[in-house]
Design a protein around this ligand. Structure first.
Ligand code: ATP
Ligand code: MG
Length: 789
């Protein structure tokens, strides 16, 4: 006979269908990327509703992000019409907030509790570390915060921690004290931190079984996407919700904000049905306490669970899948599974090695242009990178090329708070009359200069008829306490020192490096960098990287504009950040980190910065399981692509404040060579018509393109033929090339030129070359595509 959900089953393969119609208590769907896990969850919900096996209010579906929740809800509504209201489709955190808002009064909070984000809880920890003089025991606020968070993710609260702590260790004793005080302070403030949202809900369910029963009765179907990234507290929450309902209560009780009178016949209920889907190859949040064991031990925790494997991938071409399969098979600690597709081989993966990250970004921009003109919408293309600071080079080139983009889950480089702060410091030097800039930095980093003092300074400046900035130089006249005086005088001295570097007095010309140097003075002597360094918040690490990136921008500015002044630099930067409003109807290219990319899909994916120390990231080297987790991250990135995948890297990368020689990622070597077509330039003649590539080439920074060059200028290394990629280590190492001023050289792109000078040492030797056509350039000798004539 026909079922109301027949049409829902139409678009599914037999395994997917089995997962949708299965009606046991526990169902585990394990499958590789793009095999339809999320689709199965969605159709399963729709099928339950369509068959009237569940009311919407009996469904709790957990997704990893709010965006994914929104998409799932929309999809379910499409499948079942408007009857989807009352479903809970949300993240763990928002589901717990809803529960806690109703139940907080059960245990000493009120409904209007505050949620402390990690910045708020950091501030609280900081205060307590000071109050308890914990830094004397080597306990920094960041370390304390992260230990508290880890502990809570393991459901070890302050009391439990104290019970098991080694109290003969004074540092441990101190930590216990601070942890306890932290928890009391939260309670007093009627606040939950992020980890508490989950942990306290579990506590609530355990301490008040009657309350838990209300939710167990309510949620008859619980579904969790991306189960591989749940931590222990989240696991426990699900476990609480899927216990059998005890049965009817003898007495009325209060729950959900009301008194519950159970009817005499309130049935004892089976546990709710639980469906989890996940892919252990995509577990990328171990650093936040996610535990793959939640998946691998599911069958033990839920005896009799049904396991469905999905193996057909509907997202990607065979070439993309083969690359993903090959790379992930290098992780030794996994069950082998093979994804296949009947989409066909598809295009080859395109590889490109730029000379620098700008060259790499330019290639990406040019390719986006080519694809766009071929009819692919911007919205179907995405660019991934490992760390946030990598977006800067891409953004600059995209802005110049008028490619509309948006940064997902992050802020544009020049809009980031730390970058704005640094630019405000520069502005305070360049234009002391800019009171806004001085006000912005006056207490960043924190120097105890509060609003009251700021107003005192402003009043003094007005009375004396001098600028706000000049008033800082007269701290002793302000009538503030000695500590404040010192803070103000120090800040004034730092600004003065930086001015001396960047704006030398009459007649002298500041060297082009002055902006970068002055910026370093400002960031170092103001204590700005130290404040970030002292923290172990990964965010603050990223902020430091971003600042280094800004210093690199200033250095590069100096190279390109030997006469450029501080004001020129600020003008250029302001123009870049002003050109923001680029969105048009055909959408925008999405830029995001690999972590943000999970669960998404795009027609075209550019995976950039595929270099050692970046992907795998160097911080992973010391972590247990670090390189495996980085490989999974690479796997996540590759498997987002439907039709086209680009793997790009750069030979040199200005990063962490200096230019370094990059090495190709080990993951590139793990992709079978025949799957990658290494390009020499965008719209390469190998694969496209010549006219288009010439049009593009005209926009290249160094004018003439290799494809138009006489054959003699093409690289002729034999390594090149074996592995036809411009990868530095294999292709070229000019480390021992003896160059001196007066030598004539030939460069692959710039043509012939004469060496003016050689500076630097060892692998960092730089040739200053005047090219006949391309003008003056500086080249890193070790890797530049040059030969001596
Ligand atoms: P990830 O591991 O990346 O989260 P996933 O396993 O959740 O992937 P989905 O996002 O559900 O995979 O599906 C990947 C793509 O394949 C989607 O575009 C989905 O609509 C499509 N798809 C899945 N199953 C089928 C099917 N049976 N027929 C047609 N398309 C399908
Ligand atoms: Mg999915």
């Amino acid at each position: 006979g026909s079922r109301p959900d027949d049409d829902l089953l139409q678009g599914l393969n037999p395994q997917q269908r089995e997962a949708v119609v299965y009606r046991g208590n526990a169902l585990l769907i394990v499958a590789g990327a793009g095999s339809g896990k999320t689709r199965v969850l969605t159709h399963r919900i729709a099928s339950l509703l369509r068959n009237k096996e569940a009311w919407p209010s009996q469904i709790l579906a957990i997704t990893f992000t709010n965006k994914a929740a929104g998409e799932m809800r929309e999809r379910v509504e499409q499948l079942v019409g408007q009857h989807a209201q009352g479903m809970w489709i949300s993240t763990f955190h928002s589901a717990c907030v809803r529960i806690l808002r109703r139940e907080a009064e059960q245990f000493g909070f009120t409904k209007s509790f505050t949620i402390y984000d990690s910045g708020d809880s950091r501030a609280l920890v900081k205060r307590l570390v000071k109050e308890y003089e914990a830094d004397a025991f080597g306990l920094t606020p960041a370390a304390v915060q992260s230990r508290i968070s880890k502990s809570k993710n393991e459901l070890v609260d302050a009391e439990a921690y104290a019970r098991d702590a080694n109290m003969s260790d004074p540092a441990e004793r101190k930590f216990v004290e601070v942890f306890g005080a932290y928890q009391r302070a939260l309670q007093k403030a009627n606040a939950f931190d992020f980890d508490d949202l989950i942990g306290q809900t579990v506590y609530l369910f355990r301490a008040f079984p009657r309350v838990a029963d209300v939710y167990r009765r309510r949620f008859r179907h619980i579904l969790v996407d991306e189960y591989q990234d749940t931590n222990h507290a989240q696991y426990a929450l699900i476990h609480e919700l899927t216990r059998p309902v005890v049965g009817k209560a003898a007495e009325p009780y209060s729950a959900g904000g009301m008194m519950i009178f159970e009817p005499e016949h309130a049935p004892e209920l089976e546990p709710a049905s639980l469906t989890v889907v996940g892919d252990s190859d995509q577990s990328i949040y171990a650093f936040r306490g996610a535990d793959i064991r939640n998946i691998t031990e599911f069958e033990r925790d839920y005896p009799g669970a049904k396991v469905v494997l999905l193996e057909q991938n509907y997202r990607s071409t065979q070439n993309i899948l083969s690359a993903a399969n090959a790379v992930i098979s290098h992780n030794f600690d996994r069950k082998d599974k093979r994804l296949w597709t009947d989409v066909g081989e598809g295009e080859k993966i395109v590889g490109y090695t730029g000379y620098s990250q700008h060259d790499e970004a330019q290639f990406v921009a040019d390719e986006i242009d080519v694809l766009r003109r071929g009819g692919m919408a911007y919205g179907q293309m995405a660019v991934f990178y490992r760390t946030n600071s990598q977006s800067r080079a891409l953004e600059e080139i995209f802005i110049r090329a008028a490619i509309p983009y948006k940064i997902m889950g992050g802020t544009r480089f020049y809009e980031r708070a730390e970058i704005k702060d640094a630019l405000a410091y520069l502005t305070a030097v360049a234009n002391p009359a800019d009171e806004m800039a001085v006000r912005r930095i006056i207490n960043r980093p924190k120097r105890g200069i509060g609003d009251v003092t700021v107003e005192t300074i402003a009043r003094y400046a007005a009375d004396e008829g001098i600028t706000f900035r000049d008033a800082l130089a007269n701290a002793s006249a302000l009538g503030v306490g000695p500590k404040l005086q010192t803070s103000i005088t120090r800040l004034d001295a730092v600004l003065a020192e930086a001015s001396a570097v960047m704006l030398p007095s009459s007649g002298e010309i500041a060297p082009p490096t002055a902006v970068a140097e002055g910026l370093s003075v400002l960031l170092d002597k103001s204590g700005y960098r130290d404040a970030l360094r002292a923290s172990r918040d990964p965010q603050d690490e990223a902020r430091l990287e971003n600042l280094d990136e800004l210093v690199a921008v200033a250095r590069e500015f100096a190279r390109n504009n030997p006469d450029g002044t501080l004001l020129d630099f600020l003008t250029e930067v302001a123009l870049v950040s002003d050109a923001d409003d680029l969105e048009d109807a055909s959408g925008t290219v999405s830029l995001m980190t690999l972590h943000t990319a999970k669960g998404l899909e795009f027609e075209t994916v550019f995976l950039t910065g595929v270099e050692e120390d970046l992907l795998p990231h160097r911080i992973s080297a010391g972590e247990p399981g670090g390189p495996s987790e980085e490989r999974r991250l690479f796997y996540v990135g590759v498997t987002r692509a439907r039709q086209r995948l680009y793997l790009t890297l750069a030979m040199t990368r200005a990063q962490f404040g200096e230019v370094s020689v990059a090495m190709p990622s080990r993951f590139l070597q793990e992709v079978p060579a025949e799957l990658i077509d290494w390009r020499q330039s965008p719209g390469d003649v190998n694969s496209r018509g010549g006219t288009q590539s010439r049009a593009l080439n005209a926009r290249r920074p160094w004018g003439q393109r290799r494809t138009d060059d006489p054959p003699a200028l093409r690289p002729k290394s034999t390594a090149m033929e074996k592995f036809p990629n411009r990868i530095p280590a294999k292709v070229r190492d000019n480390g021992d090339m003896e160059l001196a001023s007066g030598d004539r050289i030939r460069h692959e792109d710039f043509g012939d030129g004469i060496v003016d000078a050689v500076t630097g040492e060892g692998p960092k030797r730089v040739a200053h070359v005047r090219f006949d056509k391309a003008g003056a350039k500086k080249l890193l000798i070790k890797i530049a595509p040059i030969e001596k004539l």
